[in-house]
Ligand binder design. Structure first.
Ligand code: TEU
Length: 569
């Protein structure tokens, strides 16, 4: 079923599936996923019913941050395949009526990208100003602690500046020292990025997920940040949603997306973006991006940093998601996600990955997919994959986790305490290979996987899920079908109910004379929601993760039960 709809608004009823290529499917036995492996598994995505594939980076990269450090934007890393493989992927997706969204990582490049190699080569190189170079802090010798131009901390721990002995200057890297930040103040940089993006669109790509795109505009004068526990400064007020960000995004939209034959779908990953920011970013009148990834709902179960874990309180989660639903109800559009390659598995975090794994995974799916916005399914989420039983620090691979462990233990933290945070929230939890079947490496590879397969793959795997109509997989398939076939799901107004209830998540959606009631019990015991349900007891049960096809709602919710009821006014 090739792509036919020219309807500009197709994406409002679409569901996006994120592929983290390193861990999706390996076709050549080197233990690392690749493009041919993805192509071989497209029927899995077609059966699920998703409309768009967001492909995390496959470009040439030294893989310091698993591909989010790019050394050539217009070539594919041999680990993942070739440009011909991408062309085949685009064709194979389009044949199945699906679209491809590439990952656009342009806040920074790899330090092995020719642009940076040139920039670093001398202080008067024409590309010097393509990055952020600064002399040591006044009166301090380069390389000395505290001599960095600003006191900003990197997202991957440690100073955000690296000293370059040869030129006697520092370069800025908000992430790893092998990910130098591009200087978007320089129009040459912006033009080079625009040209690269047009090159991919001309190759048949349908959209972009834009990596930390709200960090590209830095505050003039690069002021220091407030000093934190680590002794370094919080620079985020000086580069998140910076002074020229809207100008840069509007220019990109004008130079790259406008005037093309078909709609280009865009989502901006925007840590620290508020609802007001999101309205400005996603207001169609302003022509910047279609939607943003925000993180507020990812911050409800930790304190100061993502490693300071606190128990989830459902009212806190409802407060965040409810505010975003209300805030973008009239202008703009939400993205909806529980999982991605940077977050621990939601069923282990917000659900119960033990006795109630299937129920809590299907409940989380129902709650998310019935909100207003575009749902994102992260690979393995449709199978109810869980966090991995990591051991010591040697079992981890992710630069963010390894750097945090080194810094925290270096500052005197109890290693076991640090490890327990990594085990719960480390990004590697999302990056264990997809579990296709119950064979030794879960059908992911015939070689040795770069990261071990979760031992629960004997039970949790695609083959078993597809064979079981009550599985998480088929529940997600039904959710996606609802969004494609029941207009109120994509377009209905959202109203939160029971905001203070500690275990029941309840809300309505309404469009014209159709109304939905969504009820979800986030606990392992049966509950009676404190709601007047008289008008719903003979409503149609559209979806029930406990007794699919059940007759009517009795007013009681079983453990981890989620219901979608429909009535006409
Ligand atoms: O992530 C940016 C980002 O916000 C994450 O660093 C996030 O805060 C953190 O991982 C949560 O623990 C993007 C990519 O998604 C991530 O994989 C990259 O490492 C990062 O940018 C740098 O490109």
């Amino acid at each position: 079923m090739a792509i036919t709809s020219t309807d500009e608004d197709w994406w409002r009823t679409a569901v996006v599936y994120q592929v983290y290529p390193r861990s999706f499917a390996d076709s050549d036995g080197d233990g690392i996923g690749d493009l041919r492996g993805l192509i071989d598994r497209l029927d899995h995505l077609a059966l699920l019913g998703v409309d768009v594939v967001w492909l995390s980076p496959v470009y040439r990269s030294p893989q310091d941050d698993n591909g989010y450090d790019i050394s050539d934007y217009q070539d594919i890393d041999p680990t993942f395949g070739t440009l011909a493989d991408i062309d085949d992927l685009v064709a194979a997706l389009h044949e199945r009526g699906m679209r491809l969204m590439m990952d656009l990582v342009v806040n920074h490049t790899s330090d092995e990208h020719p642009w940076f190699v040139e920039s670093r080569s001398s202080t008067d190189n024409p590309k010097r100003d393509w990055y952020w170079w600064r002399p040591p802090r006044e009166g301090m010798a380069g390389g000395m602690p505290g001599a960095e131009p600003t006191n900003w901390e990197s997202f991957f721990s440690g100073p955000a500046w690296e000293y370059d002995e040869a030129s006697g200057e520092y370069f800025l890297h908000l992430f790893s020292r092998k990910q130098p930040d591009l200087n978007w103040e320089n129009p040459e940089v912006r033009q080079a990025v625009h040209a690269m993006m047009r090159w991919w669109l001309d190759r048949g790509v349908d959209g972009f997920r834009m990596d930390v795109i709200n960090l590209i505009s830095k505050a003039p004068g690069l002021p220091d940040g407030v000093v934190q526990a680590s002794g370094l400064g919080d620079g985020t007020p000086h580069f998140m949603n910076g002074p020229r960000i809207h100008e840069f995004l509007a220019e990109m939209n004008r130079e790259v997306f406008q005037g093309r034959d078909s709609k280009v779908l865009t989502v901006g990953e925007m840590p620290g973006a508020t609802i007001d920011d999101a309205v400005l970013y996603t207001d169609p009148e302003r022509a910047e991006v279609d939607m943003v990834f925000t993180f507020e709902h990812m911050d409800v179960d930790h304190a100061q940093t993502k490693w300071d874990l606190v128990p989830l309180r459902l009212p806190a989660l409802k407060a965040v998601l409810g505010r975003w639903q209300a805030g973008l109800a009239d202008v703009g559009w939400n993205s909806l996600y529980w999982n991605n390659h940077d977050q621990a598995r939601a069923v282990s975090r917000f659900g119960d990955d033990g006795a109630w794994r299937v129920r809590s995974a299907t409940l989380l799916g129902t709650v998310l997919h019935l909100h207003r916005g575009t749902p994102y399914v992260y690979q393995g989420e449709e199978l109810g994959m869980t966090n991995h039983p990591f051991g010591g620090i040697d079992t981890f691979r992710d630069i963010e986790s390894l750097n945090h462990h080194a810094q925290a233990v270096g500052l005197g933290a109890d290693p076991e305490h640090v490890l327990s945070s990594l085990r719960s929230r480390g990004r590697d939890n999302a990056r264990t290979p997809v579990q296709w079947d119950d064979s030794p490496h879960a059908g992911f590879t015939t070689g040795e996987p770069w990261l071990p397969v979760n031992p629960n793959h004997d039970e949790v795997n695609a083959a078993a899920a597809i064979a079981d109509e009550h599985s998480v997989f088929h529940h997600y398939r039904r959710l996606i079908e609802l969004r494609h076939t029941v207009p109120v799901v994509a377009h209905g107004d959202f109203t939160m109910l029971l905001p203070d209830d500690e275990v029941v998540y309840a809300f309505t959606r309404s469009l014209d004379d159709v109304e939905l009631l969504v009820l979800a019990n986030f606990s392992g015991r049966a509950v009676q929601p404190d709601l007047d349900v008289t008008g719903w007891t003979d409503a149609e049960v559209l979806l029930d993760n406990v007794a699919p096809g059940s007759a009517a709602f009795t007013g009681r919710l079983e453990p981890w039960q989620a219901l979608v009821l429909r009535r006409s006014q």
